[in-house]
Design a protein around this ligand. Structure first.
Ligand SMILES: CC(C)(COP(=O)(O)OP(=O)(O)OC[C@H]1O[C@@H](n2cnc3c(N)ncnc32)[C@H](O)[C@@H]1OP(=O)(O)O)[C@@H](O)C(=O)NCCC(=O)NCCS
Length: 234
C-alpha cells in the first residue's frame, strides 16, 4: 500500500533539527549549506532527515548509513541497495515536507505538496495544463484561479514524479480528472501494462498533498495511508 508521511515544519524545534542534521551525509550537508535562505535549508534538512529516518525504520537499517543515487536519467532519487519493490519520493514546500513510499514490486510513487493558497497564474495554467484540465477548471466557480488550480498542479506534479521524468514530459501531454481523481489521458507516457492511481488530500496545515502510484494494471493499489511527524521514528 502507498504511504505518505508529512512533517509540518512547526514541529521542528532546534533539538529535532540538530538530530536530523546528524543523520545527513557530507553531500547533503554541503547542499544544505548552499541555500541562501534559512527556510529553504530547514525544508531540505527536514525532508532528507525524514526520508532517512522513515526508510531506516521500514527497512530496519541505520538511517545515517543509507545512500541515495538517481534511478532515472532526469534524476529521481532512489536508495542504493534498496530491496526490490521499494520506491519513494520527497516533496518540500513552505512550511511542510512529505515523503511517499511504496514497497510493492514494480510500483512507483510520486508526491507533491504545495500551500493550499498558492497563487498559480491563469497564464501559467493555460501554458502548462491539458485542454481537459482547463475545461474542468472553466466549469468550476473560481475558473482558472484558487485552490482548484493547486489541486490540478499537485496531481500533475505527483504523476511526473512517480514516472521520474521531470519536465522532459510535456505537461499538456497527459490529463488528470481532479474529481476522483484519476488519469484520463497519458499519450503513452505510462508504459504498456501499467495503471495509475491518484490521491489528493487537504491537510490540517493548510497544504494540499497529492500522491501518484504507478504499477501493474490489474493490481490496483490499496488506499493511501497517511502518517505525520517523527515521534514514532526515533
Ligand atoms: C524536480 C521536479 C521533479 C520537482 O520539483 P519541485 O516541484 O520544485 O519540488 P518538490 O519539492 O516537489 O520535489 C523535489 C524533490 O523531488 C525529488 N526529485 C528530483 N528529481 C526528480 C525526478 N526526476 N522525479 C521524481 N522526483 C525527483 C528530489 O528528492 C527532490 O528533492 P531534493 O532535491 O531535496 O532531493 C520537477 O518535476 C520539476 O522541476 N518541477 C517544476 C514544477 C512544475 O513546473 N510543475 C508542473 C506542474 S503542471
Amino acid at each position: 500500500m502507498p504511504l505518505l508521511r508529512t512533517l509540518p515544519l512547526v514541529l521542528l524545534d532546534a533539538d529535532t533539527y540538530a538530530r536530523l542534521w546528524s543523520l545527513l551525509d557530507e553531500g547533503e550537508r554541503a547542499r544544505a549549506n548552499r541555500f541562501m535562505f534559512e527556510a529553504n535549508r530547514q525544508e531540505y534538512v527536514a525532508a532528507h532527515g525524514l526520508v532517512r529516518l522513515w526508510l531506516g525504520r521500514l527497512l530496519d537499517r541505520p538511517p545515517a548509513a543509507l545512500a541515495f543515487a538517481p534511478i532515472t536519467p532526469q534524476g529521481k532519487p532512489g536508495l542504493v541497495d534498496g530491496p526490490p519493490g521499494l520506491d519513494f519520493n520527497l516533496s518540500h514546500t513552505e512550511g511542510l515536507v512529505a515523503c511517499a513510499v511504496t514497497l510493492e514490486p514494480d510500483c512507483r510513487v510520486g508526491a507533491d505538496v504545495e500551500p493550499g493558497g498558492r497563487h498559480i497564474g491563469a497564464d501559467v495554467a493555460t501554458a502548462m495544463f491539458a485542454a481537459e484540465e482547463l475545461a474542468w477548471l472553466d466549469a468550476r466557480p473560481a475558473g482558472r484561479s484558487g485552490p482548484d488550480m493547486v489541486s490540478v498542479w499537485t496531481l500533475k506534479e505527483a504523476y511526473i514524479k512517480a514516472l521520474g521524468v521531470g519536465l522532459s514530459l510535456p505537461t499538456d501531454s497527459f490529463a488528470i480528472q481532479p474529481d476522483g481523481p484519476c488519469l484520463i489521458r497519458h499519450d503513452g507516457s505510462m508504459p504498456v501494462g501499467q495503471g495509475c492511481r491518484l490521491w489528493t488530500r487537504d491537510l490540517a496545515s493548510g497544504h494540499k498533498a497529492a500522491v501518484a502510484w504507478v504499477g501493474p494494471e490489474g493490481r490496483p493499489a490499496a488506499d493511501l495511508v497517511m502518517e505525520e511527524g517523527l515521534a514514532d521514528l526515533w
